[in-house]
Design a protein around this ligand. Structure first.
Ligand code: PMP
Length: 391
């Protein structure tokens, strides 16, 4: 079988061997319930709380500010629903006089939750990014109303990799006394992050984006901020989210995050080299009218590129790439299979046809230096093949 070159790290990453080995004992011999009082339970509890402390430390947070969840979708939905519509069990109860400020290019887990809040009466203001895929702090300030209860803006966009001015926005919101959530799913483990420097009240993350296990994530909640409970029952996670603790998930997540954060300077340099090599090769062969990189001049996650190929369908390109053993994606993985133009690209002011022509390449730490050339050649092949059919 042809070797596969995987450049879809924004969709998911492979589980770290180090993290797996650290966590495997908690699926086997140390299988105790972390809430049990006997020695098996105590062993599990210790590992679980150590994992929480490790995760907190990498973000400059306190241990009791970290709450484990099944991933970022759950954490995002929890915070948005609980803050914008507290004590509001279910529709058709209508929420009155609450405004939430967010953006037009949030991940679907935030976007769809906001749409459902709108159906319940919450007023949501969606800010548009500029052409480079960046939200302006001045736009956030201008959107605030006396009834704005929460601002939710992602740290790094999942289709473009562009970084948002979270620290600057956080500073102004702290002064105005407005709660601030950032969905940092694409950024945690990929760039240095400190919750105090970011001035956020809530931050959400998902383990599988930084070589941890799928189906596990966490939220950071600033100690002084009240967050209503999400799941009632056995009172785990200090009563906020009941359910038997996933010790394997926590231990693997903490190990993967600590490993990634320790290697950040080296990984960042390697990912930037891969990105530059890919762009150099494409520019040697294709002309500037053939493709562009959205947000090329903006601050972006290292090794993360969103191409718009002129007049070529992004889905067709990624299918041709796949035939050559290159795994990339169009738009976000969560919406692939769905042929709608990318909501994110439309939000940056691209046309419908441009928004259908995007290909996301996201390198990861597993990629070899030669992968840049392989990906470039596959992109050139696919683009030319589609251009030839069009003629
Ligand atoms: N937010 C962003 C920005 C994401 O990229 C993703 C995953 N695609 C999520 C949230 C959802 O994360 P999870 O898979 O843990 O539910």
């Amino acid at each position: 079988m042809k070797p596969i070159v995987y450049v879809d790290s924004a969709a998911t990453t492979p589980l770290s061997e180090f993290a797996l080995n650290r966590a495997l004992p908690f699926l086997r011999d140390s299988f105790g319930n972390a809430s049990s009082r006997h020695s098996h339970g105590v062993t599990a509890r210790q590992a679980f709380e150590e994992a929480r402390a490790t995760i907190a430390e990498t973000l400059g947070a306190l241990s009791d500010e970290i709450v484990f969840t099944s991933g970022a979708s759950e954490a995002n939905a929890w915070i948005l629903n609980a803050i914008a519509a507290p004590n509001d069990a279910a529709p058709p109860i209508v929420v009155k006089n609450v405004n939430v400020v967010s953006t037009a290019f949030e991940h679907s887990s935030v976007w769809e939750t906001l749409r459902s809040l709108e159906r319940r009466g919450v007023d949501v203001s969606y800010l548009r990014p500029n052409r480079d895929g960046v939200i302006s702090a001045a736009d956030v300030a201008a959107a605030l109303r006396p009834n704005t209860r929460l601002v939710s803006i992602m740290t790094a966009n999942n289709e473009l990799g562009t970084l948002q001015p979270i620290a600057e926005i956080g500073r102004l919101l702290r002064k105005r006394g407005v709660l601030f959530h950032t969905d940092a799913t694409q950024a945690v483990g990929h760039i240095p992050l400190n919750v105090d420097e970011l001035n956020v009240d809530f931050l959400t993350a998902s383990a599988h984006k930084f070589n941890g296990p799928k189906g596990f994530g966490f939220l950071y909640r600033r100690r002084e901020v009240e967050l209503p409970a999400f799941i009632l029952g056995g009172s785990q996670e200090r009563g906020l989210r009941s359910g038997t603790e996933n010790v394997f998930g926590a231990v693997a997540t903490a190990a993967a995050l600590a490993e990634n954060v320790a290697a950040l300077p080296e990984t960042t340099a390697r990912l930037c080299d891969l990105e530059n090599a890919l762009l150099c090769r494409l520019r040697e062969v294709l002309s500037s009218s053939d493709f562009s990189v959205v947000g090329e001049s903006a601050a972006r996650l290292p090794g993360f590129l969103n191409f718009v190929f002129n007049g070529a369908d992004g889905d067709a390109i990624t299918r041709l790439l796949d035939l050559r053993g290159v795994c990339a994606s169009t738009g976000s993985a969560c919406s692939s299979g769905d042929v709608k133009p990318s909501r994110t690209l439309l939000a940056t002011g691209r046309s419908v046809s441009e928004a259908r022509s995007s290909v996301r390449v996201s390198f990861g730490r597993h990629n070899a230096a030669t992968d840049a050339q392989t990906v470039a050649d596959a992109l050139i092949f696919a683009f030319r093949k589609i251009a030839a059919v069009r003629k």
